[in-house]
Design a protein around this ligand. Structure first.
Ligand code: NAD
Ligand code: TYD
Length: 345
């Protein structure tokens, strides 16, 4: 199988490419990534040689129709679109790039997929398209879309375009909607890596509002396994929810994370707690997300394999072992690397 994976230098895309190359000895992957601030070549360093040429990187924008047409001309069987602007806080600052990449970019990919007659187009979406829940209940695939941040609105718009291309042109598609991922290679602007790396640097740990917003957390490896299963066995045209069955308030999550960090660093359990700082809430902050993933469980036999405790243990260990990786990001040094690498190209 030959796949075009977009956004593969980001957090989930990089984990997914590594997962596929390890699992399938004969799969070929073309990774198209623009290398925005969130894309990091280091996440896949050495893979071109290690994979014996099965992995190729192309720097480019999913909005570049000519480039996409050229790539899809390389006998691609499946397109998996991870490329996106993914951070809610940035979307509140400036929504325009979210519309350009998440909405227009998706449409360009869909159009190229339709024209090339690709076998399957997979859109990686999010639970955030469903909006926000009260204290009870969970999102199912039948929950009406009710996005409330510019980020989630752009992802919902993309999902609707994907469904429109399936309905109008018969494009074979699948959509996955997953809850909050965590694990190796997550950019340290997102809650878990931000808290971990700030704690290690002795910096304040900003908790928005009252800290009682609830998220469902899934280990990134479980998400990758689910996407793999959906690509191979999902029913074309369908949406599949994925969740971690780990619902926590932000405050409880940060508390558990700091305890794990303290243990692994050989400190007393409450060692980092004094760094927690309540800050002004995010505008329009969604109160609670929870996922009903019965459909993928019953149809495809998928359940999350990691408990939050195990996932956190491995994630904390990874950030401790890969300090140089996140320090280069936090200092902006990794951006200098791109400039050197791509000077004149
Ligand atoms: P990320 O921000 O870490 O990575 C995004 C990648 O896309 C980066 O490598 C970036 O360079 C690339 N990119 C951005 N704009 C591009 C463009 N115009 N053309 C080509 N490449 C471009 O994001 P992530 O956390 O890995 O999320 C990946 C996907 O999964 C996104 O679509 C996101 O909406 C979705 N998702 C994320 C989560 C989560 O918890 N992180 C949960 C559910 C769904
Ligand atoms: P985030 O990782 O940005 O994911 P999302 O907003 O897509 O769910 O944030 C997870 C939760 O943590 C969310 O409720 C916002 C909160 N949060 C903080 O309290 N402080 C922070 O510094 C960040 C980045 C997030």
């Amino acid at each position: 199988m030959k796949l075009l994976i977009t956004g593969g230098c980001g957090f989930i895309g990089a984990n997914f490419i590594r997962y596929l190359l390890n699992k399938y000895a004969d799969y070929q992957i073309v990774n198209l990534d623009k290398l925005t601030y969130a894309g990091n070549l280091e996440n896949l360093a050495g893979l071109e040689e290690e994979s014996g040429g099965r992995y190729t990187f192309v720097r480019g924008d999913i909005r570049d129709a000519t480039l996409i047409a050229e790539l899809l001309g390389r006998e691609i069987d499946v397109v998996v679109n991870f490329a996106a602007e993914s951070h809610v806080d940035r979307s509140i600052e400036d929504a325009s790039v979210f519309v350009r990449t998440n909405v227009e970019g998706t449409q360009v990919l869909l159009e190229a997929a339709r024209k090339s007659g690709v076998g399957l187009y997979v859109q990686i979406s999010t639970d955030e398209v469903y909006g926000s829940l009260g204290p009870s209940g969970a999102f199912s695939e039948k929950t009406p879309l009710d996005p409330r941040s510019p980020y989630s609105a752009s992802k919902a718009a993309a999902d609707l375009l994907v469904q429109a291309y399936a309905h109008t042109y018969g494009l074979p598609i699948l959509i996955t909607r997953c809850s909050n991922n965590y694990g190796p290679f997550q950019f340290p602007e997102k809650l878990i890596p931000l808290m971990l790396t700030n704690a290690l640097e002795g910096l304040p740990l900003p908790v928005y509002g009252d800290g009682l917003n609830v998220r469902d957390w899934i280990y990134v490896g479980d998400h990758c396994r689910g996407v793999d299963l959906i690509i191979h066995h999902g029913k074309k045209g369908e949406v599949y929810n994925l969740g971690g069955a780990s619902e926590l308030t932000n405050l409880d999550l940060v508390g558990a994370l700091l305890r794990e960090l303290a243990i692994q660093k050989g400190h007393q359990p409450g060692y980092y707690d004094g760094l927690i700082k309540f800050v002004t809430d995010r505008l329009g902050h969604d109160r609670r997300y929870a996922m009903d993933f019965t459909k993928i469980q019953t149809e495809l036999g998928w359940t999350p394999g990691y408990t939050l405790a195990q996932g956190m243990k491995e994630t904390v260990a990874w950030y401790l072992q890969n300090e140089a990786w996140w320090r280069r990001i936090k200092t902006g040094e990794y951006l200098d690397y791109y400039q050197r690498m791509y000077a004149g190209r």
